[in-house]
Design a protein around this ligand. Sequence first.
Ligand code: NAD
Length: 249
Amino acid sequence: MEISQCRVLVTGGGSGLGAVLARDFAAAGARVHICGRREAPLAAISADHDRISSHILDVTDEAATAALFAAIGPQQIVIANAGIAESAPLHKTDSDMWHRIIAVNLTGCFLTLREGLRALREDRADWGRLIAISSIMGLDGYRYASAYSASKHGVNGMVSATAAELDGSGITANALCPGYLEGEMTDRSVTRITGKTGKSRQEAEAILAATSPAGRLIRPEEVSAEALRLCGPGSGSINGQAISINGEA
Ligand code: NAD
């Protein structure tokens, strides 16, 4: 299926990677629905693009997620991108932080992909792409990120199991696993590091960049390019993969 014929849902599409995904899929000719909790950033993006429309959705809200798909119909490409990050060593991770992160990153991703797949099944679709935006921390453990890492390992496990169920259906499920991205979420991590260690922003950013074999932050456009590839010609056999996007050679 041509991307230009597709309808695409991007959760958390009001900022960061989600906004880049929305713009890149719209530029490829797709009709894109972005959703998130904050009206203003969503509206600003959809106002600039006639192929992007915006919807309010908290991805942890099961009924609202089902209602959104009922309203917009089946989406050939469903990108579960919404996520949050907070950091603390395990012994300082309180239950509220744990539940917040699991609720958005894991349960939110589950609800988005499940409702997206239900809509495709009801439509008897023989082509579809479910894409979870996971993280390099879904593949490896990083310090001070036990809750976040657990949520993203969970995402990768769910995607792998879903992909096995989808074998031969024409619908695939994959996870993209970027390292630290340029953007607001990493800016907030930099602020946390400077606050806790007294290091400069430059030093803090260098610490995060050094976690990538490339020695730099990853650009959201690199992740978006991989998402487009998963939807492009010859992508039908890529199923159940957790694809690292972290600068490895
Ligand atoms: P971001 O903070 O700019 O974007 C996250 C988006 O998700 C925001 O628009 C936010 O409003 C939305 N969101 C949060 N909770 C939500 C909820 N309950 N319902 C709906 N929307 C909600 O950060 P980003 O870097 O663009 O992150 C996008 C994805 O990439 C996330 O899943 C994140 O875990 C993942 N990721 C980020 C990095 C990084 O370094 N920034 C690295 C690897 C993976």
